[in-house]
Design a protein around this ligand. Structure first.
Ligand code: FAD
Length: 318
């Protein structure tokens, strides 16, 4: 069976759900080989085995993580030269899209971004991509070189397929050019105790209608009552009320939770692009004509400053 290289997305060995999704999707094409860069593999081992990695390449050289993305692109290119995989898959994040682009140049390959599904075809990979802010899907294939695919988070439900991966320490060389930019400091995001936005089953998002940074407490209160994550529209982020890391939409994160609750958000196409695949969409907006109602499963026409605290109180009471 063909080998599919999957770049593992992890934080100190804690494997992100996006990687278990990638492994699930990669199995539609062949045998996934996980590429684990950095420290913490002991923590990651179980997750990679559970989701079907047949092989794990361990790249633990410090220079791969002490610099920005260039060394990772070089490392993947060297692995690809050695193992000639049928495809290389990464998650569709800002960092991995940059790695994908650099890698494609090195391998002389094509990249398909924002892939939501894959199937083998004509001796290559046929990918379904979400384009135009998720409003259309197109089927595409790379016609030259090893296909490089970045896969949108929440494109698959992770399905276990237990395996006993062969572990191989892989030595790669990192060029001086790739070391040109060095990471000098990492500032971990404040720990909120809430689930990661892209992985949460419930997301409560606030928009311009929230009115201020302090008022986001009502959004957080409801998210906490529901055990969910907090999101924000770009208007709220641009106003400085909530950090960009929580922005949902075309230029933010893509979420696909069981329940997405949008409060004080009008439903611009760029916001929809990041949440329209949510299973159930609930809306609180004081304007009954707000476009977001068109896509809502449930809607409350009302002031979020009254509705959200009432809902929080009721949920906490039960
Ligand atoms: P508004 O459109 O101003 O809507 C506010 C809503 O709150 C209104 O419907 C109003 O009725 C309601 N409201 C007001 N007060 C209350 C209250 N007290 N109670 C209840 N409801 C109330 N946007 C994103 O969100 N994510 C993106 O990633 C993104 N990327 C973009 C990329 C590009 C290239 C461009 C051009 C735009 C992008 N945008 C993005 C911006 C997008 O076009 C909208 O401007 C933005 O989504 C609007 O945010 P909003 O719905 O919070 O604000």
């Amino acid at each position: 069976m063909s080998e599919i290289l999957v770049l593992v997305d992890h934080v100190d060995g804690v494997v992100r759900k996006t990687t278990t999704e990638l492994l699930t999707i990669a199995r539609r094409l062949g045998e996934p080989s996980a590429v684990f860069v950095g420290a913490g593999y002991e923590q990651a081992r179980d997750a990679l085995a559970t989701y079907g990695a047949q092989k794990v390449y361990l790249l633990e050289q410090p220079e791969l993580t002490e610099h920005l993305v260039a060394p990772k692109a070089e490392a993947l290119a060297q692995l690809a030269d050695r193992s000639t995989p049928a495809a290389i898959m990464l998650t569709s994040g800002a960092e991995s899209k940059e790695i994908a682009g650099r890698l494609a140049i090195k391998l002389g390959s094509g990249v398909l971004t924002d892939v939501v599904d894959v199937e083998p075809g004509d001796g290559t990979v046929v990918a379904t991509q979400a384009v135009f802010a998720g409003n259309y899907t197109v089927r595409s294939r790379v016609t030259h070189g090893t296909p490089i695919l970045t896969v949108k988070p929440n494109s698959a439900t992770p399905e276990p397929a237990p395996a006993q991966p062969v572990e191989e320490k892989a030595d790669v060389t990192v060029s001086d050019r790739a070391r040109a930019a060095r990471v000098v400091e990492r500032s971990p995001r404040t720990q909120t105790g809430r689930p990661e936005l892209t992985e949460a089953a419930i997301v409560v998002s606030g928009g311009r209608g929230v009115g201020s940074a302090d008022n986001f407490a009502v959004v957080e209160g409801l998210a906490d009552a529901l055990g969910g994550a907090v999101g924000a529209s770009r208007a709220a982020v641009d106003a400085g009320w909530y950090p960009h890391a929580y922005q949902v939409g075309q230029t933010g994160k893509t979420v696909s939770p069981q329940l997405y609750l949008a409060a004080g958000i009008s439903g611009a196409i760029q916001h929809r692009a990041g949440m329209q695949t949510s299973r159930t969409i609930a809306v609180v907006n004081k304007d009954p004509e707000a476009p977001i109602f068109e896509m809502a499963d449930f809607g409350v026409v009302g002031d979020l400053h009254a509705v959200l605290p009432q809902a929080t109180e009721e949920i906490n009471r039960r």
